[in-house]
Design a protein. Structure first.
Length: 173
């Protein structure tokens, strides 16, 4: 990184991160700064122009433990991910549990994956995917390259439960 002398004679970096989001890059023909993502895309490793989308994925293991990952995605990688999830959108199945990746009936071997996507400057999008086991395993492997999040079910951070008998006794059934 290019260095410059400060007033006191010590060297300081020429480009400082601004709020942890963008880094200015000086071009040799003038002081033109390009806004490049401070953190790389989780999937391709590139630093794209602008902000990255945040993806939070979680699923439940057979022992009922929750596994969750946080990923950052550029536009191209997010389009690739969503394209694979909508691969069977044109299938004409009457089944309620259709796998979004292969289009097969997933009711007998359902393995759900839950996604919350936060695109920059847009509202969040939530998906509850009814994937079958083989497609869920490939999707989980793809999302497992991100940052692993702690299991909230065993962390004890849940709100205290109200006395269920008193809370439900006022409802006129």
């Amino acid at each position: 990184m290019p260095q410059r002398k400060s007033r006191k004679g010590t060297k300081t970096p020429r480009c400082q991160p601004q709020r942890g989001v963008f880094v200015g890059v000086e071009v040799t023909f003038g002081k033109v700064y390009a806004e490049v993502s401070f953190l790389p895309c989780t999937f391709c490793g590139q630093r794209d122009r602008g902000k990255l989308a945040g993806i939070y994925a979680y699923w439940y293991e057979p022992d009922e433990s929750r596994t969750a990952y946080k990923c950052r995605s550029c536009v191209a990688c997010l389009m690739d991910l969503l394209g694979s999830l909508k691969a069977s959108a044109s299938s004409e199945s009457s089944s309620v549990c259709v796998c979004p990746m292969c289009g097969e009936d997933a009711s007998t071997n359902l393995s759900g994956v839950f996604l919350t996507i936060y695109p920059p400057k847009q509202p969040e999008r939530e998906y509850a995917l009814t994937t079958d086991t083989s497609c869920a395993n490939s999707l989980r492997a793809r999302l497992s390259v991100g940052e692993r999040l702690p299991d909230r079910n065993s962390a004890g951070a849940a709100a205290p439960a109200l006395n269920s008998s008193s809370a439900w006794s006022d409802i006129p059934w």
